[in-house]
Design a protein around this ligand. Sequence first.
Ligand SMILES: C[S@@+](CC[C@H](N)C(=O)[O-])C[C@H]1O[C@@H](n2cnc3c(N)ncnc32)[C@H](O)[C@@H]1O
Length: 292
Amino acid sequence: MTEITMSAELSSTCPQYGDLVQLVSPTNKRHIFRLTPGAQLQTHRGVIQHDDLTSCAWGSEVLSHQGSSYFLLQPALIDLLLETKRSTQIMYPKDIGYILIKLNVAPGQHILEAGTGSGAFTTALAWSVGAQGRITSYEVRAEMQNLARKNLARVELEDRVTFKIKDIATGFDETHADAVFLDLPNPHDYLRQTRAALKPGGYFGCILPTTNQVTILLDGLYKESYAFVEVCEIMLRFYKPVSERLRPTDRMVAHTGYLIFARPVNLLHPPGAPSDSTPPVEAEERDEGSPG
Ligand SMILES: C[S@@+](CC[C@H](N)C(=O)[O-])C[C@H]1O[C@@H](n2cnc3c(N)ncnc32)[C@H](O)[C@@H]1O
């Protein structure tokens, strides 16, 4: 009885073979890998045997054979995102977090995105929809998608993603998607394709670096009868965590992109119809400053 209890405790507090683990040095150098019997992690600060880690509790400080210190941690989504090898501008965790909430991404859903790029957002989507969910990711450049595929494979989320090499100008192959997200320069050109791919009342979002692009997109959204339109920007400021002189860090990421969200609806009087006198539906401002 005691043995059973102990082994159950061990399995919840210590990593098991097959788990994705990460070792993080005090200077934040991280190594993410699958725990494999007999394998070893070679770092420039010494070697660590995988077998030794199965008896260490999560959160433990462990030493390499040279005595260098690492912390044993379960990788979180943000750790996987920081692993993304990039050859395009990738999306930042500060934006990704809010986008996942706004698109209502949840386990078991089917989400479409374009373009795949280096696959940072694909990673976040694949993580969030879980093993029962599905991501379909469109990209025009095969070399980009190959990189994304490798990034997803490295963190073992590739199985949840269908990668397609296709220009979304010709439309998505899928219908009834829970949400569609576009990270490409001209989303206004694809609003019909997006509407056709979404389930009724589904969620649309995109990220754009300049206000000029946002203006063009807004015109398109209203023309195509999208409602609950929201435009926002996420600002994140880090502080030096020193209790005696708490102050912001010297540098910050000043701008990544504008986030735009909307939902396709069926208006009684669509724009352009003879009886149309109603303005498009905009999200009203809420007191807390978070529309929609
Ligand atoms: C900024 S990157 C996307 C980055 C990605 N969201 C990430 O987090 O890694 C934009 C990508 O969109 C692709 N793209 C541009 N127009 C496209 C289209 N019409 N259909 C599919 N992909 C497109 C580009 O080739 C490029 O790789």
